[in-house]
Design a protein around this ligand. Structure first.
Ligand SMILES: *[C@@H]1O[C@H](CO)[C@@H](O)[C@H](O)[C@H]1NC(C)=O
Ligand SMILES: *[C@@H]1O[C@H](CO)[C@@H](O)[C@H](O)[C@H]1NC(C)=O
Ligand SMILES: *[C@@H]1O[C@H](CO)[C@@H](O)[C@H](O)[C@H]1NC(C)=O
Length: 508
């Protein structure tokens, strides 16, 4: 603003400032009253709705001056405080927080934090309704309401706050929701409340994934709010209460026997999955392949947000093009999440190509039920399709259980590892885990072991190829001599998985 010359004009200037300051104070007061009164602006009521508009016109003309008097310095963003968005937001939050006060989740004495709030409308609303000790954090925030910080790294000590608020889907936008949750847990006092706003209703799968991120928190309120405007017509509010001290209940997965519990919301997904093929197919090479079109993928039935990591574990991966490249990366519905891939493949022929692939960890051993050396039989089955490298599929057996003379094909010694234990060490229940398993009959050992150890509960979705004495394509009326199990036994394996709430699909 240009400095004026002469006394009369500076006096005028002062008067203008004084007047505007007064108008602004009145404006803020009105906004407060409206916010406190909520949406009730009926005919007959004294309604202030038209006022902010006039007000913003006046204030917009003076700019920095008006805001200076409000914020008392800091980074000045005059247009922010007078914008429709700001006023609407503050009004919305004031009303939402008043309701939380009425419900006993927030009090005027609560030490309060709003996370990931660039504008600080929620902080402003808290202060306006009388919660004086309120601050916000964001990567880029408007001072002095908002300090520098991130949800995944809250710049305050342990057990600082009584009330933590995460509005406007900020939790959903976090790349590391588990860290975000852990930070809220850390900075909240025991008995404190964490409140979240989401703009889309969440299905039970994602809602439970969200709750799983919080240890020893309980849902105390769950309801819908009318949003700020037409772009966010509906907001789901979740109120959690922290019920215990630091660190307790950190790892509540399974008991000492390794038993685990597949929750009800996963059973619900199994109920709406594609049916299993109950009759043994006469042309399995056609039927099973066609069945892939019927598969109801988990991410097509549920929202997979709120998982910490997204992982694809390919057990018996073979070459990159075999299923990782050709199917998983191209066709699996990923909801725009980046998946890390674990390729478990013992056959050395395939190892080299994985060294060049990004986002893939090769586990160059055979998935087995314990750590031991196995003999790996290389088959060259005439009826079977033979892959590029000229090697068919193998079948593994512990070295001691069979004499060498019983093998017909080439024999190799390989290292087997305890797949279930590996899975428990590698993933957590907060990860989204998709598994494909094609292990030449070893599924009849590996799946029971996954149940026994409780590792089965870590897997969200399984694509399982079950190997049985199927009808041969080459030779009508003949069954494959390669496998002893029958189709009925396979069906039993699939059914046992589904009855336990595990979303398994028949793979070919
Ligand atoms: C704060 O809490 C974290 C996690 O709960 C813990 O690891 C850390 O030691 C605590 N720090 C202090 C100073 O108590
Ligand atoms: C994935 O991203 C694209 C482009 O950014 C977007 O159009 C699409 O809606 C997103 N899909 C999901 C499921 O989020
Ligand atoms: C199996 O091998 C892995 C990797 O070397 C090791 O971490 C694990 O402790 C072993 N498990 C047993 C039971 O020996």
């Amino acid at each position: 603003m240009e400095q004026s010359v002469g006394k009369p004009s500076s006096l005028r200037n002062f008067l203008v400032r004084f007047l505007l300051f007064g108008v602004l104070i009145i404006g803020v007061r009105f906004a407060y009253i409206i916010a406190v009164a909520g949406e009730s602006c009926n005919i007959g009521d004294f309604c202030f709705f038209s006022l902010p508009q006039t007000l913003s016109l006046v204030i917009a003309g003076t700019g920095p001056l008006a805001v200076e008097s409000v914020s008392g310095g800091g980074s000045l963003q005059p247009e922010l405080y007078t914008s429709k968005d700001w006023i609407k937001g503050v009004r919305f939050y004031s009303s939402a927080f008043q309701d939380l006060i009425a419900g006993g989740y927030l009090s005027l004495q609560s030490k309060s934090l709003c996370v990931e709030t660039p504008t600080g409308r929620d902080v402003s609303a808290l202060r306006e309704i009388g919660v004086k000790d309120a601050v916000g954090i964001a990567r880029k925030g408007v001072k002095p309401l908002v300090k520098f910080g991130r949800g995944e790294r809250i710049p305050f000590g342990n057990r600082t706050f009584d009330f933590v608020f995460s509005g406007e889907d900020s939790f959903l936008q976090s790349a590391k929701p588990a860290d975000f949750a852990a930070e809220i847990d850390r900075t909240l006092k025991p008995g404190g409340f964490a409140v979240f706003h989401f703009s889309n209703p969440k299905d039970t799968y994602s809602f439970n994934s969200f709750l799983d991120l919080f240890h020893c928190f309980r849902v105390v309120k769950l309801h819908g709010l009318e949003g700020f405007d037409s772009s966010i017509p509906y907001i789901r509010e979740i109120v959690l209460k922290k019920e215990c001290g630091d660190g307790a209940g950190k790892f509540d997965f399974g008991d000492s026997n390794g038993k685990c519990y597949v929750p009800g919301y996963k059973h619900d997904l199994v109920k709406i999955a594609e049916p299993l093929i109950s009759e043994e197919p006469l042309k399995p090479w056609i039927t099973l392949k066609r069945n892939v079109k019927n598969i109801k993928y988990l991410p097509s039935m549920a929202d997979i947000s709120f998982k910490n990591r997204y992982l694809y574990v390919d057990v018996g991966a073979r070459s990159y093009g075999s299923s990782i490249g050709s199917w998983f990366r191209k066709q699996y519905p990923k909801q725009n999440k980046t998946f890390h891939v674990y390729a478990i493949e013992a056959d050395k022929t395939f190892h080299q190509e994985y060294a060049l692939k990004k986002g893939i960890t090769l586990v160059p051993y055979a998935a087995w039920v314990k750590n031991e050396t196995l003999t790996f039989e290389i088959h060259r089955d005439p009826g079977e399709h033979v892959d590029v490298k000229g090697r068919g599929m193998g079948r593994i057996r512990p070295v001691q259980s069979l004499g060498k003379e019983e093998f017909e094909g080439e024999v190799e010694k390989i290292q087997g590892f305890d797949f279930a234990e590996w899975l428990k060490k590698t993933v957590t229940k907060n990860d989204f885990v998709v598994m494909k398993m094609d292990v030449e009959g070893t599924e009849f050992d590996l799946i029971p072991r996954l149940f026994k150890t409780g590792a089965i509960c870590l897997i969200d979705e399984i694509f399982l190829e079950c190997h049985y004495n199927r009808w041969q394509r080459c030779c009508p009326g003949q069954r494959s001599a390669k496998y002893e199990k029958t189709y009925a036994q396979c069906l039993q394996l699939f059914n046992s998985l589904r009855q336990s709430g595990v979303l398994v699909h028949q793979w070919w």
